[in-house]
Design a protein around this ligand. Structure first.
Ligand SMILES: N[C@@H](CCC(=O)N[C@@H](CS)C(=O)NCC(=O)O)C(=O)O
Length: 223
C-alpha cells in the first residue's frame, strides 16, 4: 500500500508537489481529479477539498502542496540532496519561506488576474501583467547573480515557484519570449524542457474514479 495523492495535472500547486515526488523518487498512488466533479473519496476527507492532497498509509493527511513537499523530503534517504533542497541554515530556510509566501500570496493574486483578465474587467490585461512583473524583475535580478534563486544549486524555492512563472509566461508566450527576462527564461526552460518534467511530472492520466486501476507515480526514476 502506498500514500494516495489527489492531484490535478495543470494545477501549479499540484505540479510542484509532483515535481518533488519525481525528483526524489518517492512513490504514491496518483488520483487525477476533475475540479468540477471531485471524487467522493476526496470530499469525504472533510474540510478543504483543494488539490494537491496526500493521505499516507496511517491516514495522516497533508492538505497543502507545501505539506506534501516537506513530507516528500522526510521520505528520501538521499540526505545530501535533501540538505541541498532544504538547507540547514535558518537564514536560508527563512528566505525560502519568504519567497514562497510572496509567490503564493502576492504574485498569485496578480497572476490570476492577468490570466483571466476578462473576469476582472476593472483593468486591462497589461495592468495585471505589470503588477506581476514586479516579481519577475526580482527573480531576474537574483538569476543575474546565480543559476538558481538562492545560489548555484537548486533549492525548494526554485521548485515551488517555477510552475507559477510557467503559467505567467504562458498567458502571452510571444510577449514573454520577446521580453528582457533572459535569465528567467533560461531558468524556466531548465525546468520545463527536462524529461523529468515533460515525461514525469506532466504525464497524463485519466480522471480517477472508485474502482479505477492504481497508478503508481512516478512511474520510474527519472534523472
Ligand atoms: N494552498 C493550496 C492551494 C491549492 C489550490 O488552490 N488548488 C486549486 C487548483 S490549482 C484547487 O484545488 N481549487 C479547487 C478548490 O479549491 O476547491 C496548496 O498549496 O495546495
Amino acid at each position: 500500500m502506498l500514500p494516495i495523492l489527489y492531484s490535478f495535472r495543470r494545477c501549479p500547486y499540484a505540479m510542484r508537489a509532483r515535481y518533488m515526488l519525481v525528483l526524489l523518487g518517492v512513490p504514491v498512488l496518483l488520483r487525477e481529479v476533475v475540479l468540477k466533479s471531485k471524487p467522493e473519496a476526496l470530499l469525504m476527507l472533510g474540510g478543504r477539498s483543494s488539490v494537491p492532497q496526500l493521505v499516507n498509509i496511517n491516514g495522516d493527511r497533508y492538505p497543502e502542496s507545501l505539506d506534501i513537499i516537506f513530507w516528500s523530503l522526510s521520505q528520501t534517504t538521499d540526505m545530501v540532496f535533501r540538505d541541498q533542497l532544504w538547507p540547514e541554515s535558518p537564514v536560508t530556510r527563512h528566505k525560502i519561506k519568504a519567497w514562497i509566501a510572496f509567490n503564493d500570496n502576492r504574485f498569485k493574486y496578480w497572476l490570476d488576474r492577468y490570466k483571466y483578465s476578462d473576469r476582472y474587467p476593472e483593468y486591462f490585461e497589461g495592468y495585471y501583467r505589470q503588477k506581476g512583473e514586479v516579481f519577475l524583475r526580482r527573480l531576474e535580478a537574483r538569476l543575474n547573480r546565480f543559476s538558481y534563486l538562492l545560489g548555484n544549486e537548486m533549492t525548494l524555492v526554485d521548485v515551488a515557484l517555477f510552475p507559477f512563472i510557467r503559467q505567467f509566461a504562458a498567458v502571452d508566450s510571444k510577449w514573454f519570449e520577446e521580453s528582457g527576462y533572459h535569465k528567467l527564461k533560461l531558468w524556466l526552460d531548465g525546468f520545463v524542457t527536462s524529461e523529468l518534467f515533460t515525461k514525469g511530472v506532466m504525464e497524463k492520466f485519466s480522471a480517477w474514479e472508485e474502482g479505477s486501476q492504481n497508478i503508481v507515480f512516478p512511474r520510474e526514476r527519472l534523472e
